[in-house]
Design a protein around this ligand. Sequence first.
Ligand SMILES: Nc1ncnc2c1ncn2[C@@H]1O[C@H](COP(=O)(O)OP(=O)(O)OP(=O)(O)O)[C@@H](O)[C@H]1O
Length: 684
Amino acid sequence: MTAEPPDAHAAEADHLAATLNRLEGKIALLSAALDTHDADYREVKAYMAENRGDIDPGEMYQNELFLRDIDAGGAGAMRQRERLEAMRPSPYFARLDFTPDATGAEESHYIGRHVLQDAQGTAVVDWRSPLGGLYYEAEPGPVRYRAPSGEIGGRIGRKRQLRVEEGRLRFLVDTAEAVRDEILLEEIGRTTDPRMRSIIATIQREQNAVIRDESERTLVIQGVAGSGKTSIALHRIAYLLYRRRGRLHARNTAILSPNGLFAEYVSEVLPELGEEPVVALDLAGIARARLQRYRLAFADPVDPVEPGDEAARERALARSTLEFRRWLERAVTEAAAECFVPRELRVKGYRVEAGELAERYAALAALPVRERLRVLAEQLCARARTELPFAAAGPEAGEVTRALTAMLTVKSAAALYRGLYRRADAPTTYRAAAASTLEWADVYPFLLVAGRFDGLRPDEEIQHLVIDEMQDHTPVQYAVVRQLFRCEMTVLGDVGQALGHTENYRLDELAGLFPDARVVELNRSYRSTTEIMRFAARVSGRPVATIDRRGEEPRVWGFGTPEEEAGWLAEEIERFRTAGRGRLALVTRSRTRARALHDLLSRKLDGIALATADARGVLAHQVVVVPVALAKGLEFDAVIVPHASAEEYRAPADRALLYIACTRALHHLTVTHTGAASPFLPTA
Ligand SMILES: Nc1ncnc2c1ncn2[C@@H]1O[C@H](COP(=O)(O)OP(=O)(O)OP(=O)(O)O)[C@@H](O)[C@H]1O
């Protein structure tokens, strides 16, 4: 770190004023171009309307093409103007002084959210450009980097962090580190927003490497709570959209989110980075679309932390293991082989021996059953054409397929699926429920089997899929998702934050589900104070590195009765509201608990929100009651974890729930209980 020169502030303030002028100039130019576009558009439209009937089809077509061009140009200019307008409050956040070996002349590059170019040249470079990358990863001294024109060598003379707000330079620091700690500390010490924000000004070196990974393999990011996984995944999308402009569009990129609340929480990051929001997917939505052709409905997932049907919970857990996926794949492969029992085929006088059918069917084992029969029929018809006498009418593929289909002992994917559980090697825990509606736990196993029987058409739109909360998906769900989305993926999560409805995986087991996986681990947490993370690490039993941001020690309060606990919670909420700093969440173990606590507190206080999977806008409330399952991925200035008794959190899986709840807090954490405290809570 080096101190800033004494006159640096004045010089940078002048530079900022000049840049803002250039920005306004560029915005004015674009506005003028847009006015011309509008006028041209109106003129051509009016001409076409007036002369309809007189214009020949060729000219009409030309005019339509012209209109389309004007339209596309206008939309592009509009988007560019919006991006530049968004730069007004803060056109850049850093300066990089670089001397290329080729010229020996030092150049100052300002780095911002977007590029700003005008007749004078480049005023601001995009954070995703090669020079932007250099800023995040290199220190002053000699460097080499890859630019579109080839590799460039040179020397970084200075890296300067500039804080510009509302168009004014607040402060600047020169630094040797990618980002000086105080600036990062200020950034993460702020109060939380109801929506996640971008982090471009303070991306850390290890995070930058993940964002810019272009190996086109499946990237698996294992990171402790608050290590920035979700932020990184979103910045990675913005980076890829920039790098592959024209080839990759937001509509080709999707995020598989755990729930609607989370999807809403992260929805602002990409627009803030000037990109369109990407497609939001969830496992239930994907399943619903795929099950339509089977006219199959399915029940909601069994919540592992709700009181309820124990047998269903066990069936669900049994289907979440790696062992189950291995068994299912083996069983369906065998069943698909056995369900075709060939007899001699006779169509229009053409005959094929049963033995040959069996051999040909076996050779097509890589295809779904129905596809095997179709290909087999085509092979036979092609051969018939060469063998039959010239005048004889040969069999047609359709009728041969029908004759072959009649040799199937199983007529549908549903029958094939049910049959698997009757196999001698099916462990009793895998037995299916006797119901017409599929249990949620059966949905993806069924889809896997349906894929082997009827085939599953892969999605053709999505080219990059982000899967968040990876530890909460089952190996069978991954097998199906992999079949449906044969694209590049970023898979992220924390094996320490499993919700308990899947088997607990080790990282290598999880990564092993992707044949081309590259695993990155992030072990530093940026969200919570050191005190909160130390407390949470004792809950989880795993050490965590933090940014050294200090705060108050988390508090653990025991009460004699639930009424006393509730009374204190109400008082604490009032105190929080009076202090008026940020947002408070009361994080409960289950949805039932959240509802009950919300009812109880609402009798004492007004304006307390309850988070449910489909409630919108709930995170904008100052005080919200939220179950752990929905709190995942979110953050709040203060968190209270009520009812943390030995009764409530005692099973091994509860440890992760308590850890997730505690790590939602940025600045303040309080845990309350009646009776004995949970054994997972640190004792003083
Ligand atoms: N480099 C950074 N600069 C500033 N803030 C950061 C940085 N990295 C992460 N953060 C902040 O840390 C918080 C946690 O980030 P994020 O939610 O992406 O982490 P996560 O690993 O997905 O967490 P969890 O697993 O707990 O959901 C966010 O407020 C994010 O803005």
